[in-house]
Design a protein around this ligand. Structure first.
Ligand SMILES: [Zn+2]
Length: 235
């Protein structure tokens, strides 16, 4: 199975990375897609230019993907100014096809960041179009609509989780991999006085406690035609 994370920013994979590592151990192939260039991630450091920011974010995500045995596709849209345009739709349809997506993780419909909710809308629409021969891109159409699961948003947003994955055996590895986002560890410490360790262990332990394991990730199946499967997809 081809497992694809399609997120607005480099590091948004933090809510599904444990599950993706578990997928890899069952023989799946992993892909990371980011829609923006991440150049707006230096919120407390205005001296870092957009160009340098984008370069740093790309290098960090590339290193994480390599360490996770995954490939990485960066669509490089302007961070914090992501809009649903014909060009972006085309790029996401092509990304879904090029990765031969069977299982997709993306953002939830509500979130604190509009790049996230725009990505949700784009994936919802493009996952349908990726199967349609009428829509022509470089790669051939998908044979079937991928299963799509939304990750838990950050912030005080109600999240109707429908699926849970025990990632107890993967929590340390997940947090270790996220340390490749060196710039964002710094940015988050400056902004919210917490880094990847705290931002992952707290929610993962919360869900784990409810499920009877140490750490878990939770998902909401995207309520779109074709995106919900009548068989088990998650590990
Ligand atoms: Zn983000």
């Amino acid at each position: 199975m081809h497992v694809v994370s399609i997120m607005a920013h480099q590091d948004d994979e933090m809510r599904c990375l444990g599950t993706m590592l578990k997928c890899r151990d069952r023989g799946d192939t992993l892909h990371f897609v980011t829609v923006t260039d991440g150049s707006g991630g230096f919120v407390q450091q205005p001296d870092i230019s957009r160009e340098d920011g984008a370069r740093i974010r790309h290098e960090e995500m590339t290193a994480l993907a390599k360490a996770a045995g995954a490939d990485y596709l960066n669509l490089r849209e302007h961070d914090e100014y992501l809009y649903d345009t014909p060009e972006v739709r085309h790029a996401i349809i092509e990304a879904l096809r090029r990765t031969r997506a069977d299982l997709v993780f993306t953002h939830y419909a509500d979130d604190y960041n509009l790049d996230h909710t725009t990505t949700y809308q784009l994936v919802r629409h493009c996952a349908m179009h990726a199967c349609l021969p009428m829509v022509r891109t470089e790669s051939p159409p998908l044979k079937a609509h991928p299963a799509v699961f939304c990750v838990e948003p950050h912030g005080p947003i109600p999240f109707p989780a429908t699926h849970f994955v025990d990632i107890t055996a993967y929590e340390d590895r997940k947090i270790g991999l996220l340390q490749h986002h060196v710039s964002q560890e710094t940015a988050m410490q400056l902004a919210v006085k917490a880094g990847f360790d705290k931002l992952c262990r707290r929610p993962d332990a919360y869900w784990g406690e409810k499920l009877g394991c140490d750490y878990a990730e939770c998902f909401s199946a995207m309520p779109a035609r074709g995106a919900v499967k009548p068989f088990a997809v998650l590990p």
